[in-house]
Design a protein around this ligand. Structure first.
Ligand code: TPP
Length: 550
């Protein structure tokens, strides 16, 4: 409560029963949501953190409880999501004896968390809790794990309960250095072909307004990363869309030909850069990032700015404007966007997944909170849902975790209860956390779930088609290997429907979005559809295949 928590995601077990019992007795001001699997808990907390900007809190028991959380901890670490994960532990006296449900939480989580603690003394609880929330939500955000032995959670604290702390070795830099800001302005003055790369850091810093003001003053083409979707409205004139492996031709070409690249809050992930030496070979690089360890990690940086994205943009805007005119370059990049947009085949009657996602985008006025799982549908959603709102595109980018989508949608709906949440999920990933339909039902969360069913592990199948001579090694769910998804929805008490004809899509979407509750829509799509364009693995972004034919 001291840390402004209104929601936790918790699953009980022996080692955390004292905590659950306290919650029962206390009638706390926050609500606990019970998912059906600990992996569900943590992805829900990630979805919640992503759309609210607040810290997601998870509570699970020792042993299998915490090991079921590991995927989500690693996922949150790579996507810089603030989480406090509280795990029960066996009693201090039996730690190290292979006691029932003992797992080495510190050993397991050290490489995948921002920080972790094992509480040794009950008096340390208030301080450690406050430190954990501070560390999770400051600097580069991330998951912090707290391991609480059962005897500690059963004990009472006496004496000083202030929880004051002082972290001498942890002082993230948030303010940009004035000299660096000066150098960025000089670079803007000298540039003829600048590109702005918008990453998740823009969302985390809530710098969306400042970004728009900056672009008013210094209009230039903008490329976004997967996590940066919505940092600038997708329908903004200067937006070239996502860059990288399945990004737009215009984005990749703009970066390749730029003479100045201003990266705000992206970590130059390899899915974005392709072959590093060919990524942006002629540009001066400005990298604004709150994490100094990111700067120079993958790409040689000319002007580093260690700072919160909002504060850096504010500093750039406070300085006197330098006179720039990049209009020829902007026209050149926009012409490429016009000529070579994302594209797809139109089938006669069958539903193209890309067309379907465009329909949902139009139907929701580009304003829904979009959640994806991982696979082809994820890339189609990134390409074809024109997201205009910040903090409203939630996807597992760094770890690429199948099974993320359904629980993340739960957390997102809980975090922003009055908004429309639309989940795009593949038939493979859906089955990894399908049990969370029970959570959706229990709390009547009106999530609209679109299973894009190609009866295959589509992204794997695509790679097998392109690189492994169509050897479909364990990637097909056709011939009755998939369950009846409509009946499963029904079994959980959720409205379900299947659509397989283009002609009924409008009517179906009308019904789905008018319905006051959760709906599962199984959308049958052509099995062999691929995600294009694509930069083959190991190639440079100039070597895209599947660009729109003329
Ligand atoms: C937990 C996990 N296991 C395996 C993978 C590897 N993988 C990436 S995409 C993919 C296929 C996803 O298939 P599906 O969920 O049906 O979505 P589609 O690609 O068909 O849209 C697989 C197996 C992964 N990303 N995550």
């Amino acid at each position: 409560m001291d840390n402004d928590v209104d929601v936790i995601f918790g699953y009980p077990g022996g080692s955390v029963l004292p905590i659950f019992d306290s919650l029962y007795e206390m009638n706390p001001s926050f609500k606990n949501y019970l998912c059906r699997h600990e992996q569900g808990l943590i992805h829900a907390a990630e979805g919640y953190a992503r759309v609210t900007g607040k810290t997601g809190v998870v509570l699970a028991t020792s042993g299998p409880g915490i090991t079921n959380l590991l995927t989500g901890i690693a996922d949150a670490m790579l996507d810089s999501l603030p989480l406090v994960v509280i795990a029960g532990q066996v009693s201090s006296a039996v730690i190290g004896t292979d006691a029932f449900q003992e797992a080495d939480v510190i050993g397991l989580t050290t490489p995948i968390s921002k920080h972790n603690y094992q509480i040794k003394n009950v008096a340390d609880i208030p301080r450690i809790m406050n430190e954990a929330f501070h560390i999770a939500s400051s600097g580069r955000k991330g998951p912090v794990v707290i391991d609480i032995p059962k005897n500690i959670s059963e004990a009472l604290v006496e004496g000083d309960y202030s929880g004051d702390f002082h972290l001498a070795g942890y002082q993230p830099t948030t303010q940009p250095n004035a000299g660096q800001i000066e150098r960025v302005l000089e670079a803007l003055l000298q540039a003829e072909k600048p590109v702005l790369l918008a990453g998740a850091g823009v969302h985390f810093a809530k710098a969306n307004e400042e970004l728009l003001t900056f672009l008013d003053r210094y209009p230039m083409p903008v490329v976004n990363t997967l996590q940066g979707i919505g940092a600038l409205p997708g329908s903004h004139r200067l937006s070239l869309g996502m860059g990288g492996m399945h990004g737009s031709y215009a984005s990749n070409q703009a970066i390749i030909n730029a003479d100045l690249l201003i990266n705000i809050g992206s970590r130059f992930d390899d899915r974005l850069t392709g072959k590093l030496s060919e990524f942006s070979p002629h540009s001066k690089v400005v990298h604004i990032d709150i994490d100094p360890a990111e700067i120079g990690k993958n790409i040689k940086v000319d002007i580093p700015v260690v700072s919160d994205a909002k504060l850096a943009l504010e500093a750039l805007l406070e300085a006197d404007a330098v006179q720039v005119d990049y209009s020829d370059w902007i026209d050149h990049c926009l012409a490429k966007k016009e000529d070579k947009p994302f594209w797809y085949y139109n089938y006669d009657q069958l539903i193209s997944p890309q067309w379907f996602i465009e329909k949902v985008s139009q139907k929701t006025n580009h304003q829904a909170i979009v959640i994806t799982d991982v696979g082809q549908h994820q890339m189609w959603a990134a390409q074809f849902y024109c997201q205009d709102k910040p903090l409203s595109f939630v996807s597992s980018g760094g770890l690429g975790t199948m099974g993320f989508g359904l629980p993340a949608a739960i957390g997102a709906q809980i975090g922003r209860p009055d908004e429309t949440v639309a989940l795009f999920v593949g038939d493979g990933g859906y089955q990894m956390t399908i049990q969370e339909l029970a959570t959706i039902k229990q709390y009547n969360l009106p999530v609209k779930i679109f299973i894009l069913n190609n009866e295959t592990l589509g992204m794997v199948r695509q790679w097998q088609e392109l690189l492994y001579d169509e050897h479909y090694s364990e990637s097909l769910f056709n011939d009755g290997k998939n369950p009846d998804f409509v009946k499963i929805a029904d079994g959980y008490g959720i409205k379900g429907m299947q659509i397989s004809q283009e002609s009924i899509v409008d009517e179906a979407l009308e019904e789905v979005f008018a319905y006051d509750g959760p709906v599962v829509v199984e959308v049958m799509i052509p099995m062999k559809e691929k995600v294009f364009p694509m930069v083959p693995a190991g190639k440079g972004n100039g070597e895209m295949t599947g660009v729109k034919p003329i």
